[in-house]
Design a protein around this ligand. Structure first.
Ligand code: FAD
Length: 471
């Protein structure tokens, strides 16, 4: 029995139930399809990652069939061309993917083809957890308690699929056109990132060796290397949360002092699960305010302010460092994401959906569930969100979480020679100090595009115009 394994966001051989079950049945045809019906196709940075991750997967498998179009049509054609009698895949949880996969399963069944799907990407299916009242969870802590109490399945070993590479079917990886054309904004990214299963495993090993100890307290410091940077690997399924849990639990078993760090780290992956739970139950999470009172929020439209934020030219160094890190590397530290997102939605009062769209295009870990939940959390419109009236002061945040200004110096080199006391707020430095550091505000580095105190007052006034709503 020949089985097509339709790879999507499970780009690995280990702990891959669809691949493992297919390999147990006989020859495997490994396929990847660029879904041209997806209303939210991956952004530029994700496409860069996807290209390299597929190249790594192809090297591990020996062969891949690449297709592009409507997955239903393409899969039916591939079944005909290969004589396969089954199609297996691992589930995705975006609203479009759920609808598409249901239709494909039904069409394949009608054609007498066995279609089976598996869970490879989450610790628990989003429909498996419910409150005592049978409702979806809306608050993280009880969700996490329920998820933790279930435990998790042991990861599966590496699949060893057999099967001949079908000649002349599909196209080449290069022809999918996933890499940037024109200016190569991703030049050098291969030195920062290693997409693929081996890169994910190496990243986890490095984190366990060098970053995990101290994670609980130091994960908030963008100037330090105490986060895992596993998010793109998890998004593309180059490693599973079960594998990550098994690895860090093993580390805690070897060294009990790591337990608080492991617990905190596991709970961050819990937020990933919670975001997927929310997206599954509230499918308009990326488009609509979860709290509908925010539908009346008087957002500002300002193309100039949005562009200044995107380019890292707001005049607030921590915001600018984060936005420039994003553009230069395809990622941004979580603390900087929170401060930059808060600045957009509160100081500039620009609709969170503009920020979400920019992140979607520029993040290598852009993920519909995590991105939507992250933005709605910061904007105050989401489930279990930060209250809108808690407005981050970008200068205080910078002093607290980047105390020596190392993160700011790395991404805003024009400020590098300012002393530690001034680096977080050059607009408060005296003229002599600025002159000594070679800084001319408004020329070499922007003046703040808004005054913190005034922006805060305006944001609170705008918030005062909307009611209480769902919560
Ligand atoms: P670590 O601290 O090492 O955490 C381990 C893993 O836990 C991460 O890889 C990630 O999978 C998960 N995780 C950690 N924090 C969160 C969180 N707050 N929400 C959900 N999962 C989390 N994360 C994405 O993966 N994709 C996104 O598109 C995304 N957009 C975001 C947008 C905003 C406005 C904000 C505030 C956060 C967003 N996040 C997103 C969450 C978080 O910033 C990243 O997951 C994290 O910075 C990734 O770095 P890391 O792998 O080093 O994290």
């Amino acid at each position: 029995m020949t089985t097509i394994v339709w790879f999507r966001r499970d780009l690995r051989l280990a702990d891959n139930p669809a691949l493992r079950h297919a390999a147990a049945h006989g020859p495997v045809v490994a396929a990847f399809i660029v879904d041209e019906t997806d209303p939210r196709p991956p952004g530029g940075a994700s496409r860069w990652w996807l290209h390299h991750s597929l190249a790594a997967l192809e090297r591990s498998l020996g062969a891949m069939v690449y297709l592009s179009g409507d997955p239903l049509t393409e899969l039916c054609k591939l079944v005909g061309e290969t004589g396969a009698d089954a199609v297996f895949w691992n589930r995705c949880y975006e609203p479009h993917a759920i609808k598409r996969d249901k239709a494909i399963k039904a069409a394949l069944a009608d054609a007498g083809i066995a279609a089976r799907s598996f869970n490879a990407g989450l610790l628990a299916e989003p429909w498996e957890l419910a409150t005592g009242a049978g409702e979806p969870y809306k608050v993280f802590t009880p969700f996490w308690r329920a998820l933790s109490a279930r435990g998790y399945e042991k990861p599966l070993g590496r699949a060893r699929p057999g099967g001949a590479a079908p000649a002349g079917i599909g196209t080449r990886l290069d022809a999918l056109d996933l890499l940037p054309s024109g200016p190569n904004w991703a030049a050098g990214w291969n030195r920062i990132w290693t997409p693929g299963e081996a890169g994910a495993a190496a990243r986890l090993d490095r984190f366990v060796a060098d970053g995990l100890a101290g994670y609980a307290t130091l994960r908030d410091r963008p100037d330090l290397a105490h986060v895992s940077r596993l998010s793109p690997h998890l998004h593309f399924g180059e490693i599973s949360p079960r594998q990550v849990f098994a690895r860090v639990d093993w580390a805690a078993g070897e060294d009990a002092a790591l337990s608080p760090d492991v617990e905190k780290f596991r709970s961050e992956i819990g937020w990933r699960e919670f975001s997927h739970h929310l997206l599954y139950h509230y499918s308009d999470l990326p488009a609509a305010n979860w709290k509908d009172t925010f539908d009346a929020f008087p957002w500002r439209e300002s193309a100039a302010d949005l562009a200044a934020w995107q380019r890292g030219m707001t005049g607030y160094p921590l915001v600018d460092a984060g936005m420039r890190e994003l553009w230069r590397t395809g990622t941004m530290h979580n603390r900087a994401r929170m401060v930059a997102a808060s600045f957009l939605t509160k100081h500039l009062r620009i609709d969170w959906r503009h920020g979400q769209a920019w992140f979607w295009d520029t993040l290598v870990d852009a993920d519909l569930a995590n991105n939507a939940a992250g933005w709605q959390w910061v904007a105050g419109s989401g489930a279990d969100a930060a209250p809108y009236f808690r407005i981050f002061n970008p200068t205080t945040q910078a002093r607290r979480f980047d105390p020596d200004g190392a993160y700011i110096r790395r991404w805003c080199p024009e400020l590098a020679t300012l002393p530690d006391a001034d680096i977080h707020a050059p607009f408060e430095a005296d003229n002599g100090m600025l002159a000594q550091a070679g800084i001319r505000l408004g020329e070499t580095y922007p003046e703040p595009i808004v005054d913190h105190g005034e922006a805060r007052a305006a944001a609170l006034a705008a918030y005062g115009t909307i009611g209480a709503g769902r919560g």
